[in-house]
Design a protein around this ligand. Structure first.
Ligand code: CO
Length: 169
């Protein structure tokens, strides 16, 4: 287990398309374990492999009930408009912005053994999934943000939202 370095916004790597995972081997397990440590240390809600410099289609997310590993994820269907607008990213430290995401998503992915998983996510988990999913295609939330804030204080001053349901993805 090890903490990996998180790639920052200016790095062109974050703009690349990640490649499908074919080998569900020990190396994949090590990457995922390291990503767990890295996400916990950074106190984030989500982390994509590209954010630690690995162009593989996988991410992990933790919305408060343990870490979920999503490998070769697919977004099958999306519905509604998420009530949570504010979003952050560990690759864009400090800043946050408002992004519209679906309220519900129906998704498919594989776990670390390669087994297929089908899930329906809503609320913060749906938002988080969409944010991480975008990372795999070189998209950052700043591309989609309707408004950006230089830090959380500026966001709080500009909105009446409470502090719940936030996270750095
Ligand atoms: Co992110």
């Amino acid at each position: 287990m090890a903490i990996r370095n998180i790639v920052k916004e200016e790095d062109e790597l974050l703009r690349k398309i990640s490649k499908p995972v074919f080998d569900f081997d020990e190396r994949l397990g090590i990457l995922l374990d390291d990503m767990h440590d890295t996400l916990k240390k950074a106190e984030g809600a989500g982390l994509a492999a590209v954010q630690v410099g690995i162009l593989k289609r996988l991410f992990i997310m933790d919305v408060g009930h343990g870490i979920r590993e999503c490998i070769n994820p697919k977004l099958l269907r999306a519905e509604g408009i998420n009530k949570i607008k504010v979003e952050g990213c560990l690759s864009v430290p400090g800043k946050c912005g408002l992004v519209e995401r679906p309220e519900k998503v129906w998704v498919e992915y594989q776990d670390r053994t390669g087994a297929k998983v089908n899930k329906k996510f809503s609320g913060f988990e749906a938002k988080c999934f969409c944010h991480e999913y975008d990372h795999l295609d070189g998209i950052l939330y700043v591309d989609k943000a309707t408004k950006m804030f230089k830090d959380r204080d500026e966001y709080y001053r500009n909105t009446k939202n409470n502090k719940s349901n936030e996270g750095e993805n």
